[in-house]
Write a protein that binds this ligand. Structure first.
Ligand SMILES: Cc1cc2nc3c(=O)[nH]c(=O)nc-3n(C[C@H](O)[C@H](O)[C@H](O)COP(=O)(O)O)c2cc1C
Length: 350
């Protein structure tokens, strides 16, 4: 581990090690297991002057630890031996003079199907992240594209992972803009401009290279907005992610269901992702989406195509993949190419 290699040369009071990794839970933890883990970790991290965050979503952990190099190395040797998770992958590790987090927090995904319903609760957002988020929303509403680009590019440079930028900043900011419009705090034009600014800034997100086997597969995906959907933030950002993972990407912004099914019929991709708005709840579109998926299945019946859906409706678990007849519903943008590659592989085998 680099943590240990670099500690001698950088072990001064100002410099901290910032380590981000992801891993997969060995067994689905119950809410009470996560609570115990969080309170023990919080106490130990405070005593070691380590800040950061731990996100648990869809059976995966994403953690950032920042603190004195020796303290992070000490913690890391415990964490990497911990049998509660596996397939640990370090996403970034660097020395920095400025911490991103002022405290340590566990961000529970209250929507996880693995957790008992009563345990579902809103994710507590670490104060530092909440501040960045409200600044981002303010900049988007003030149409300050330069400041938004600088902010997102700055986080990418500081080593924020693509998953963290998308799930902690860009997606919540889109939902906050949607709420601002619903509450009459901004015009529809402000909302549209704000979303396109987030979209442009989102292109600064860097995606970690995928394993060679996935890159070589050259799977083909059609990234489409749902027929008539005007908000294309998620679809546009997915394109970056899928291209970085080596997929062949086609995009569609169909005005009608027929336009979408025609494109599917012509292309027969391995997967199609149909995106609703990331800003607005769009509950009233469920029936329409179900019909679009049913018709899409008919046109690709000769060639198995994985059908994925996404948008705020699914991020907030108002609808599920099952309720609209899809094979997959993304709760967020991060990791979609990995999940769909797995489904395409299974589909081809089956
Ligand atoms: C995903 C995950 C993240 C963890 N994060 C922390 C943490 O930030 N701080 C901490 O003290 N322990 C954390 N733990 C628990 C440690 O792995 C370990 O059990 C604990 O620190 C006790 O260390 P020891 O087994 O070396 O005595 C984490 C465990 C898991 C599975």
């Amino acid at each position: 581990m680099l943590v240990q290699d670099t500690q001698e040369s950088h072990d001064s009071a100002e410099w901290v090690t910032c380590l981000t990794y992801k891993s997969i839970a060995t067994a689905a933890p119950r809410a009470s297991d996560l609570d115990v883990l969080a309170s023990q970790a919080r106490a130990r991290n405070r005593s070691l002057d380590v800040t950061g965050m731990l996100l648990f979503e869809d059976g995966c952990f994403l953690q950032t630890l920042e603190g004195p190099p020796k303290a992070v190395a000490q913690l890391w040797s415990s964490i990497e031996r911990d049998g509660r998770h596996q397939h640990i992958e370090v996403l970034s590790e660097h020395m920095t003079a400025a911490r991103l987090f002022s405290d340590w927090d566990l961000l529970l995904d209250g929507r996880s199907g693995d957790m008992p319903r009563e345990a579902a609760r809103p994710s507590p957002v670490p104060p530092a992240v909440a501040e960045h988020l409200s600044r981002l929303v303010e900049l988007a509403l003030n149409t300050d594209d330069l400041a938004i680009n600088t902010m997102i590019a700055g986080f990418a440079e500081q080593g924020w992972t693509s998953a963290a930028i998308l799930s902690l900043l860009i997606e919540p900011a889109a939902r906050a803009l949607g709420d601002a419009w619903l509450n009459d705090d901004c015009s529809e034009l402000d909302l549209t401009i704000g979303l396109s600014m987030l979209q442009l800034a989102g292109h600064a997100v860097r995606y970690s290279p995928c394993s060679q086997s996935i890159r070589n597969s050259r799977y083909r995906i059609l990234l489409a907005t749902a027929p008539g959907e005007k908000h294309m933030l998620g679809t546009a950002l997915l394109a970056d992610q899928f291209l970085a993972a080596g997929w062949q990407v086609d995009m569609a912004f169909p005005e009608s269901e027929e336009a979408l099914t025609n494109q599917l019929n012509a292309q027969h991709p391995d997967a199609v992702d149909i995106g609703l708005s990331d800003a607005m709840p769009r509950q009233h579109t469920i029936d329409q989406l179900r019909s679009t998926i049913e018709h899409s299945r008919m046109v690709v019946s000769e060639h198995p195509t994985v059908i994925s859906v996404g948008g705020r409706l699914f991020a907030e678990a108002t609808a599920t993949a099952l309720s609209v007849g899809a094979d997959h519903a993304r709760k967020g943008l991060a990791g979609t190419s990995i999940r769909l590659a797995e489904l395409v592989r299974q589909n081809r085998k089956g």
